[in-house]
Design a protein around this ligand. Structure first.
Ligand code: 0X9
Ligand code: ZN
Length: 312
């Protein structure tokens, strides 16, 4: 049972996904795409109402302390399956969805029970430290420096942005990779849900150069920003990850775009700081719904703009 008035445990989220699959058994599927270091399933919830559709892939909560990201992912699933609004229903009428609500289940549990501020996975990486930043472990231009000399990742195991001993070394990274291998070719849009700061970021993270379809990425991003702002005035910054936020190599969106050719690839940094308060990663449960409502409005506009440009 999930109500979006509190943050669910991993068990509650998984039970709710199971329940939604039973309720909507003919159009949904749950695939275990991998197993975390501590043995937890990494699950992709899919929605498909037809065949031959293009797809959207969502990855949420790869950073464990960013709880709002999985809460928004379950809210999105609920909207796609139960909304009576025809403009929301249209979002899954001819589009397949693959949604990983908890890309880092070990970290999520650890952040709930031991350390609220935990970001990484939970694999031992040195005599003293645990965890790889899975959003620095992907293979496409892993651990490269940008034009300013910034690595945007760390080779120090105890760092919060540790890239891993080798690229694609982590079970959690490989789980997402297996979803890309299976569905990447039919996918037009990939979004990684994070918090916080109100950013909508497209490739690249590893270089300050703009990607080939920069204009398209920007116009789809601006559609998200404008629709979201129209809901409640929250203002997102849109642009390339490296230039708008900071350098980072080995991120999922760079890899989705560069290694799998997914043409529309983004990071969303949701609520955490602003006129409603400065909470950082510890966003009050009362703000789950306002955040989810504005993000879903943004996604709807983004998808419609992508369609207008010939995608999806
Ligand atoms: O550092 C990250 O992985 C993301 N920010 S977070 O606070 N959620 O950890 C930002 C990733 C966006 N990519 C780049 N800035 N290159
Ligand atoms: Zn994050």
């Amino acid at each position: 049972f999930i109500d979006w008035d509190s943050y669910g445990t991993l068990a509650e989220i998984n039970a709710w996904l199971d329940e939604m699959h039973v309720r909507f058994s003919t159009i949904t599927n749950i695939r275990t795409v991998g197993t975390s270091h501590e043995g937890r399933p990494i699950r992709s919830f899919s929605i498909s109402r037809g065949s031959g559709n293009r797809a959207i892939i969502i990855e949420a909560n790869i950073h464990s302390r960013e709880w709002i990201s999985s809460a928004t992912a379950t809210y999105l699933i609920n909207e796609l399956l139960t909304s009576t609004d025809p403009t929301i229903q249209a979002l899954s009428a001819n589009i397949d969805w693959h949604i990983i609500t908890n890309a880092n289940p070990d970290g999520y549990e650890f952040s709930r029970t031991n350390n609220r501020n935990w970001r990484k996975t939970r694999a031992p990486v040195s005599a003293l430290c645990f965890g790889v930043d899975a959003n620095r472990n992907f293979g496409y231009n892993w651990l490269v420096r940008d034009e300013t000399g910034s690595l945007g990742a760390s080779t120090t195991p105890c760092s919060d942005t540790f890239a891993g001993a080798t690229s694609m070394s982590e079970a959690e990274t490989l789980a997402i990779e297996s979803l890309f291998t299976q569905y990447g070719r039919s996918t037009d849009l990939f979004i990684s849900f994070h918090s916080y700061g109100h950013y909508l970021l497209h490739p690249w993270g590893h270089t300050r150069n703009m990607p080939p379809n920069n204009a398209t990425l920007l116009s789809v991003g601006v559609a998200f920003r404008d629709a979201l702002r129209a809901v409640d005035g929250i203002n997102y910054a849109v642009g390339s990850s490296n230039t708008v936020l900071y350098a980072a190599s080995g991120t999922t969106p760079d890899h989705a775009y560069g290694a799998h050719g997914i043409p529309l690839s983004y990071t969303v940094e949701m609520r955490g700081n602003g006129v409603y308060g400065n909470f950082g990663f510890v966003l009050p449960p009362s703000l789950i719904r306002p955040n989810a409502i504005e993000v879903v409005a943004g996604l709807k506009a983004m998808i419609n703009e992508a369609k207008r440009l010939g995608y999806l």
